[in-house]
Design a protein around this ligand. Sequence first.
Ligand SMILES: Nc1ncnc2c1ncn2[C@@H]1O[C@H](COP(=O)(O)OP(=O)(O)O)[C@@H](O)[C@H]1O
Ligand SMILES: [Mg+2]
Length: 509
Amino acid sequence: MTAPYLVELKNITKRFPGVVANDGVDFNVRKGEIHVLLGENGSGKSTLMSVLAGLYRPDKGEIVVDGTRRVFRSPRDAIKAGIGMIHQHFKLIDSLTVAENVILGDDSTPPVLRLQDIQRKLEELSKKYGLHINPSSMVWQLSLGEKQRVEIVKMLYRGSRVLVLDEPTAVLTPQETHELFHILREMAKAGRGIVLITHKMQEVMEIADRVTVLRRGKVVATLTREQINRRELAWLMVGRDVVIQYKKKGSPGNKKVLEVDNVHCLSDLGRPCLKGVSFTVHSGEIFGIAGVAGNGQRELAEVITGLRPVTGGKIMIDGIDTTGLSPRQIIDRRVAYVPDDRLGTGLVPGLSAVDNFMLKSYRQSVLRRGPLLNKRAAYQNSRELVKQFEIQISSLDAPVKLMSGGNLQRLLLAREITSEPLLLVAVYPIRGLDIKATQSVHNILLQQRDKGVAILLISEDLDELFKLSDRIGVIYDGRITGIMPAEMTDVEEVGLLMMGSAGTGEMAT
Ligand SMILES: Nc1ncnc2c1ncn2[C@@H]1O[C@H](COP(=O)(O)OP(=O)(O)O)[C@@H](O)[C@H]1O
Ligand SMILES: [Mg+2]
């Protein structure tokens, strides 16, 4: 039986200066299927789909739509051929309505079509696929999940038969992801072809009819649903076995290292941001904070590390009141900080690795000789850290901005950890890292935990939180909506708390 292909990519090669992003790739989409494109960061997924969507011209290879060879000179050509792509960053205009956004830039809609007719058609599509979109809502009023559904309805309206979604779940809560998957399923049932790009194994297991794995720009396998298993996929993706479970040694101590007591603070815009946050982190404990980004996580890390003023409540570190102390004074209380912007607050991009290491350790006596820094000791020390933390680096003197995300994160952790902290505050530590770098960062955190360091882990990745945390607290709209031992809760419960709707099962639409 020959399944009809909606589209086929044949032997696609796409080069960028210094890198072959796609190297002779074959990929196809069948009517009615959800085809997952899986691969680590940088494996070439977005590039391949941008070729399909007419954003890039391939250097080699061809695109076949319904059996006919096509050349796309622009996204418009691809859309005309029935291919729609929803990018990682939405391209909507906030000050317009949903319907206005849909017509914008769509030259196929005759100008005589009244907005009302368009609204009616959008309502139909929205109803048919359970998108819950009101065409007359202003875009600025919508949540990220809703904006994504507007992008979907836009493509449906333009008649896309193949829909490509580039890492659509990155911005969604578990419930929104669940809803999205339901919508994708419905669209596939109606005969469209769906391509879902992801680097999350979980999502493959949940939704894929077929999966194609890319590694370094090449297809390593295309598997059907029956052939899929987690371990095999992980192996295909990274080319080596992945140990997914971590082992923790012993249970947390009972010494309170961090006590946050009814803390309030303001946002950058001067509005109430933290609204009475309380929790405690013990020695040898990883306390995870779950939440959709933007609910006060960054501000929480900043009040603890002294970077943002507290407007109410109290923070104690190692039994001493640190409320209102300066960042320097708090560092001296042995607090280490891994912020979410590695190259902003964390490291100085233009300085070398040695200088970045020294930024924080210059006070340590080993590295000082009188008032002058001992350069030799500094280099010696840096070399040891580079080795111990497996940091790949061309030279200790090269500016760190040239390093990859994983290496930067290890550098930052190495520096923070050598200060022998009592408390480590880590914000989104694996953001943008691939499997291997993620694992190595996780191992570093667990080693620290086992050594007795209290760790506050702020993350948007539930998988990470569940693997590492001893307890999980959920933050929503500046409040902690629940604190649970990690083994006594699950993704569903945490997900609901993340949406501020504990236990009601209500979806925010
Ligand atoms: N516009 C571009 N210019 C130069 N290099 C690029 C560009 N887009 C992607 N690359 C490179 O191509 C490779 C594949 O990237 P990408 O397709 O974005 O991977 P993925 O989506 O799987 O993370 C990476 O090495 C990336 O750095
Ligand atoms: Mg990508």
